[in-house]
Design a binder for this molecule. Structure first.
Ligand SMILES: Cc1cc2nc3c(=O)[nH]c(=O)nc-3n(C[C@H](O)[C@H](O)[C@H](O)COP(=O)(O)O)c2cc1C
Length: 176
């Protein structure tokens, strides 16, 4: 899009990476990604999140048991995005808990920032939460929202074609 070429190109380049090389990711690069993620907005600026970085063999094995997929095993690092329900903003009218909304924004910042550094990511929510809770000793009120595998895409990886609804299908000016 000619009006905002950099952001449009970043949005095109971010994709769900499902194959990682075994090249390790320097910790300072991971910290740089988190630093951009930290700037994400959140309801009432509560920032109801914590992120566990898992890069030791023992813990990686434990994480892999929560989502049994061949491609998932190839990631050298996993980031587990946690929602802190007790710190999140709840809408006074109906009590709606905004933890998931806030954590999701931060996670997408993370994925976009990682992409600018040539790192692959993939949202994973189809994990077994009981297995993850046990593996990470998560306390009450702290919920794993997503696992983000992180690493360099395997050689020869291509950005898949984006299959998306058309603008006409999703944007309407005026009433529903
Ligand atoms: C909330 C959420 C949960 C997702 N969970 C999974 C998952 O468990 N496993 C998986 O392989 N992909 C998962 N994805 C990735 C989607 O399948 C992917 O984003 C979508 O197909 C669009 O493809 P793209 O990310 O390559 O543009 C998830 C994405 C989101 C946003």
């Amino acid at each position: 899009m000619e009006q905002y070429p950099q952001f449009y190109s970043l949005s095109e380049r971010r994709y769900s990476c499902r194959g990682y090389s075994d090249k390790s990711v320097p910790r300072d690069l991971i910290v740089a990604v988190f630093d951009a993620m930290r700037l994400a907005p959140s309801a009432c600026n509560r920032q109801p999140w914590k992120f566990l970085v898992i890069d030791t063999p023992e813990l990686c094995q434990a994480i892999r048991k929560s989502y049994d997929r061949e491609w998932f095993n190839s990631a050298p690092v996993y980031v587990v995005a946690l929602g802190l329900h007790d710190e999140a903003w709840h809408r006074p009218y109906d009590g709606k808990d905004h933890t998931d909304v806030d954590v999701s924004i931060a996670v997408e910042h993370f994925c976009l920032a990682a992409s600018t550094l040539g790192l692959g990511t993939c949202w994973v929510c189809n994990f077994d939460p009981a297995v993850l809770n046990e593996a990470l000793s998560l306390p009450e009120g702290v919920e794993p929202i997503a696992i983000i595998p992180l690493g360099y895409p395997i050689d020869g990886s291509q950005i898949p074609e984006k299959k998306r609804k058309s603008l006409d299908e999703i944007v309407k000016w005026g009433k529903y």
